[in-house]
Design a protein around this ligand. Structure first.
Ligand code: B12
Length: 324
C-alpha cells in the first residue's frame, strides 16, 4: 500500500522529484491512477489550499507545492485520459485574465487548485477579450468561465464579458470572478454567478456552481502534514526566530515563529508598489520570472514573544532600518 500520507507531506513541502517517484511507485504497485490522484495528489493539495486560505502558506510556497503536484499529474495524465477520466471529471472550467490585464499569478493558482480538485481546466492566459473568451468557450464547452482582474481599470471589463455571453444566449455558462480588487458586491452588481477571494475558496465556489458543493476533497482526510504542538496555557517564549521574504532586495513578508506557533504578515502596499515598479522596469512580467525573484532571508533569533518580534521587525522594515 503506498504511503499516501507521506506523499501528501512531500507535495505540501514542494518535493517534486519525490512526488513524481512516489506516483510511479504507486502505479508499479498496481494502484489505479484515479486512486493515486485522489489520495496522493488532490488530498495533499487540499491541505495546501486550506493553509493558503488561513495564511499559513503564502504564494511562493503554494507555487512550489503546485509544481510538485504537476510533477505527479504529468505521470498520471496519459493514463487518466486513456481511461476515459474525462467523463468522470468534476466539471469544465475556462479561465482567463481580462483584457488589458497581465497579472496571472492568482489565476494560475486558481487553475492549479481547480485541476487538483478534478476539474478539466483550459487556461487561455492574460489580456483576453470577449471575442477570445467566446471562441474558447465555443471549442471547450465549459460549465464555468472564471475571470481574473487585478486592476481597478480592467475589472469593469468583466461586465462586458458577462453581458456578451448573455446577449449571445450562453447564459447557462456560470460566470465566476476574482482578483484582489473584486468583492461580492461588485460580483452582484455586474451579474456574476459567484466570487471567491482566494484559490481554495474558488474551488469551493466552482464545486457549488456545478452542483457538487458537498463533494469537496476533504482537507481533513489528508493526514500526515506536520503540525506544531499546542502552546501550554499562558506560555510565552522569551525568544523567537524570524525570516523575511524578499522580492530581490525588497521585503514583502515576514515570518516569525517559536516552537509552538508561526505567524506570517504581509507588509503594507507601499512594498508591493515598489516591487511592481521594479519588476516592470526589469521586464519581469511573466509569472515564473516574477516569482523566481522571491527568496527567504536568513533565519535570525531575537529576544521576545512572537507577537513582540513581529511588531518590532515590522516597525524596522517600515522605517527601512537594516532591511533594504
Ligand atoms: C505581481 C504584481 C505585478 C506583476 C504581475 C506578474 C504576473 N505575471 O502576474 C507585474 C510586475 C507584471 C505587475 C504589473 C502591473 N501592476 Co501589479 N501587482 C502585482 C502584485 C504585487 C501582486 C499580485 C499577485 O500576484 N498577488 C498574488 C496572487 C496569488 O493573488 P491574486 O492575484 O489576488 O489572486 C488570488 C485571488 O484574488 C483569487 N483570484 C484571482 N483570480 C481569480 C479568478 C477567479 C475566477 C476566482 C474565483 C478567484 C480568483 O485567487 C487567487 C489565489 O489565491 C499586486 C499587489 C497585490 N498585493 O495584489 C500589484 C498590483 C495589482 N499591481 C498594480 C499595478 C498598478 C500594476 C501596473 C499598472 C504597474 C505599472 N505602473 O505599470 C502594471 C499593470 C500591468 C498590466 N497591464 O496588467 C496595482 C493595482 C492598483 C489598482 N488598484 O488597480 C497593485 C495592487 C500594486 C499596488 N499597490 O500599486 N504587477
Amino acid at each position: 500500500m503506498p504511503d499516501y500520507a507521506l506523499m501528501n507531506q512531500c507535495l505540501y513541502e514542494g518535493k517534486a522529484k519525490e512526488v513524481e517517484q512516489m506516483t510511479r511507485d504507486a502505479l508499479a504497485e498496481g494502484r489505479t491512477p484515479q486512486e493515486i490522484l485522489a489520495e496522493g495528489l488532490i488530498a495533499g493539495m487540499a491541505v495546501v489550499g486550506e493553509d493558503f486560505k488561513h495564511n499559513i502558506l503564502y504564494v511562493p510556497e503554494v507555487l512550489i507545492a503546485a509544481r510538485a503536484m504537476k510533477a505527479g499529474m504529468a505521470v498520471l495524465k496519459p493514463l487518466l485520459s486513456s481511461h476515459g477520466a474525462d467523463s468522470g471529471s468534476t466539471g469544465r472550467l475556462l479561465m482567463g485574465t481580462v483584457r488589458g490585464d497581465l497579472h496571472d499569478i492568482g489565476k494560475n493558482l486558481v487553475c492549479m487548485m481547480a485541476e487538483g480538485a478534478g476539474f478539466q481546466v483550459k487556461d487561455i492566459g492574460v489580456d483576453q477579450s470577449l471575442e477570445k473568451f467566446m471562441a474558447a468557450a465555443d471549442e471547450f464547452k465549459p460549465d464555468i468561465i472564471g475571470m481574473s482582474a487585478l486592476l481597478t481599470t480592467t475589472m469593469t471589463y468583466m461586465k462586458t464579458v458577462i453581458d456578451g455571453f448573455e446577449a449571445a444566449g450562453c447564459g447557462e455558462i456560470k460566470m465566476a470572478i476574482g482578483g484582489a480588487p473584486i468583492s461580492q458586491m461588485f460580483a452582484d452588481e455586474i451579474g456574476a454567478d459567484g466570487y471567491a477571494p482566494d484559490a481554495s475558496s474558488a474551488v469551493d465556489l466552482f464545486l457549488q456552481l456545478v452542483g457538487k458543493g458537498d463533494a469537496q476533497p476533504a482537507a481533513a482526510a489528508a493526514t500526515g502534514v506536520a503540525e506544531r504542538a499546542a502552546r501550554p496555557a499562558g506560555h510565552k517564549s522569551d525568544k523567537s526566530r524570524y525570516q523575511i521574504l524578499y522580492w530581490q532586495d525588497i521585503p514583502s513578508q515576514l515570518k516569525v515563529w517559536d516552537e509552538y506557533e508561526e505567524i506570517k504578515v504581509e507588509l503594507p502596499p507601499k512594498f508591493s508598489a515598489r516591487i511592481d515598479a521594479r519588476a516592470q522596469r526589469l521586464g519581469l512580467t511573466q509569472s515564473d520570472a516574477y516569482t523566481a525573484q522571491f527568496r527567504w532571508g536568513e533565519e535570525i533569533e531575537r529576544p521576545g514573544h512572537i507577537e513582540e518580534v513581529v511588531a518590532a521587525v515590522r516597525a524596522e522594515i517600515e522605517t527601512e532600518k537594516n532591511h533594504g
